[in-house]
Design a protein around this ligand. Sequence first.
Ligand SMILES: [Fe+2]
Ligand SMILES: [Fe+2]
Length: 272
Amino acid sequence: MEHWKLEDVAWSAFEPEKVDPDMLKLAKAASLVEYNAGDYAEYLKHVFHDDPEFQSAAVIWAAEEVQHGKALARWARMADPEFDFEKCFKRFTDKIKLPIGTEHSVRGSRTGELIARCIIEVGTSSYYSALAGAAEEPVMREICTRIAADEIRHFKLFCRTMERYQPAERPGLIARVRIVLDRLSETDDDELAYAYYVANHDGDGPFERDVFGNAYKSRAYSYYHHWHVQRMVAMTFKAIGLKPTGLLSRLMARIGFATMRRRVRRSSAASI
Ligand SMILES: [Fe+2]
Ligand SMILES: [Fe+2]
């Protein structure tokens, strides 16, 4: 069961003049990706077909992700009544297909699958923390604060489950690092870029992954502070069994934050 309900949000506190147009674009795109979590739950139920404990947790996890999508879509529609979530979601899922029927993780092992899930939750928890910190519109701030807390719990769930599988599967450090790098490189794949395109630019011309992926990321990264990246790196290190707050972690956070800022600067003149 979800830890909060849509009715718990103080929707009446909405202040339209405080809506950040860039954040609105991000919220529309994020609503599509979050709402699609039901398919991920099916995939996880297949991969963990003999683990009823985790299967039950995955169902609750997916319900919470779907609720994130609903909350963001509702807020986006308050900010822009012309936002047609149902139409956008259909367009999104017509293209983005998940490997639902497989009994084997696309990551090669269950531990690998769970590390990848941890990395996604690292990304989402810091993303919504960054948005919550930057949002001036009170309802957006509340939604993002609630979602960020859920994403942290999801990270803990996947970490805990990974610790159950790791002793038997024993993936080496290089394998664990490779899963992280693979997952990070996938942020350049179609899913986020296409969600951003469908939610904001459908009808403006053909989909171009690099253009819309960059438009999405440069907006998203503009809300991050250094401490968000520091926490992301620390959580990632924890997930793969490295010291979360050592010298290497601090160095990676500096490099990561500098890379994100460079991307924001490069794209600041872009019109999309
Ligand atoms: Fe989420
Ligand atoms: Fe999550």
